[in-house]
Design a protein around this ligand. Structure first.
Ligand code: ATP
Ligand code: MG
Length: 429
């Protein structure tokens, strides 16, 4: 029969890899907690209008990439393409802003985008993200950037650069839009079809277009930094003061605009030199208008999301050492039904004391069982047969050194095992 394969742009994370994911996730959780962020988990699917309203009708995500379908009840449903919209919806639905400001939340999500797949560009991918609601203080911009930086530092990631920009507020953006429209109008016939449509509705989106022709034209476009109003200029300067105060290095890149419509003021990206074309590891910024636009009160906010697949790719490329996966402490081989029952009981007892134990589950010969013990990297092994049961005595073998030690099956097994591990210098547990 034909084997059904995983869908294009999706990946399995296998047991041999998931340990590394867990290590990375643990660092993210811990660093987020240190910064006072609590975890939020929102549904994988939402009302399609949620993303149209927040991400924006003229973005690549909404125009080209969303997984949208009608459910059996005739509702238009979309698999979340990003994490912020659901978090803002939950903030409003549960009035989380009543619990003291700022509200700080982090999330792990899978995201779904119908993209042209390549290395680092998938259709299902994972993000870690953080959002902070209810402060316009430039110090929170620096704090959030510091959270992302703290994670990269603790994971020992090298060759990252932080680029920041400000894309202002609706007031300064009005003048900027006029300048952009005038500029892009000269190239109207060369722009891709999507961007031609964006020219009137949202010319800033052209700056983020991935088509080579549009990016080339965009390179010469007016720069938002030249159009910032006094307040936005001062805010951006203050963000830099706070970043400088904690020694976070950055460069100002006036071409960063980010791919989603909701951003205002500060935007930033962490970019890796080790990723080829898909080089942005983390992107974020301030979105002071979004909460109100989603039906809430006016509330400044900001956030970021990092792509975990891209992060894992960089870590692999940089050969960053990860903790060894946990290995089986004791494999109990058994010969015959009575011995298997005893092995099964001992393994269960060991696990209750946090000792990783396994026994044969396939009624194999001794040789095949020991081969399996080797394969799973068992540190110690023991054989149980009729003789061992009759004498209530068995031998524990150190699989690395071959050293053997008698063990009394009538005594406290766990205690004897732990004692031997300590004697042999294996303090790994
Ligand atoms: P890009 O410009 O690369 O398309 P984006 O601006 O669409 O990225 P965001 O929406 O800001 O990306 O998502 C934040 C992070 O999620 C990105 O910096 C990246 O690390 C990761 N990411 C985005 N799209 C994908 C994807 N299709 N596959 C894997 N990771 C992705
Ligand atoms: Mg994208």
């Amino acid at each position: 029969m034909e084997l059904i394969k995983a869908q294009k742009g999706t990946q399995d994370i296998l047991p041999g890899q998931s340990g590394n994911w867990q290590t990375v996730e643990d660092v993210m959780r811990d660093e987020a907690a240190l910064h006072g962020f609590g975890e939020i988990r929102t549904p994988v699917f939402e009302d399609t209008r949620l993303f149209q309203r927040s991400v924006g009708e003229t973005t690549d995500v909404v125009q080209k990439e969303m997984y949208t379908f009608n459910d059996k009840g005739g509702r238009s449903i979309t698999l979340r393409p990003e994490g912020t919209a659901g978090v803002v919806r939950a903030l409003l639905e549960h009035a989380l802003y009543n619990n003291g400001l700022p509200v700080k939340m982090y999330y792990f999500t899978t995201c779904y985008r119908y993209e042209n797949t390549q290395a680092g560009r998938l259709r299902e991918f994972h993000q870690f993200g953080a959002e902070l609601f209810g402060s316009n203080s430039p110090s929170t911009d620096a704090e959030l950037i510091g959270l992302a930086k703290g994670i990269f530092d603790r994971l020992n990631i090298q060759n990252l650069r932080l680029e920041i920009n400000s894309i202002g507020c609706p007031t300064c953006r009005a003048k900027f839009y006029d300048a952009l429209k005038a500029y892009f109008a000269q190239y109207q016939d060369e722009l891709c079809e999507t961007c031609r449509g964006r020219l009137e509705r949202n010319p800033m989106r052209i700056l983020d277009c991935k088509s080579p022709v549009c990016s080339k034209i965009a390179a010469g476009a007016p720069k938002i930094l030249d159009y910032l109003c006094d307040d936005c200029k001062a805010h951006f300067e203050q963000v830099q003061t706070y970043l400088n105060a904690v020694g976070i290095e950055y460069t100002v890149n006036p071409t960063i605009v980010r791919g989603l419509d909701y951003y205002t003021n500060t935007v930033f990206e962490f970019i890796s030199n080790d990723l080829g074309a898909q080089s942005t590891l983390c992107g974020g910024g301030r979105y002071n208008g979004l909460v109100e636009e989603m039906g809430g009160q006016k509330m400044p906010a900001l956030g970021f999301a990092m792509g975990i697949e891209r992060l894992m790719m960089v870590m692999e490329k940089q050969k960053i050492e990860m903790p060894e996966p946990k290995r089986c402490d004791l494999f109990i081989a058994s010969l015959g039904a009575a011995a298997h029952l005893e092995a099964f009981k001992l393994a269960a007892e060991l696990r209750k004391s946090s000792i990783m134990a396994a026994c044969d589950e396939n009624d194999r010969g001794l040789k095949a069982q020991m081969k399996y013990a080797d394969k799973i990297g068992a540190k110690y092994s023991m054989v149980l047969g009729d003789d061992e049961l009759a004498n209530q005595s068995a031998e524990l073998k150190n699989m690395e050194t071959g050293e053997k030690k008698k063990i009394n099956l009538a005594g406290n097994f766990v205690e004897q095992f732990v004692c031997m591990q300590t004697e042999q210098g294996d303090l790994a547990f």
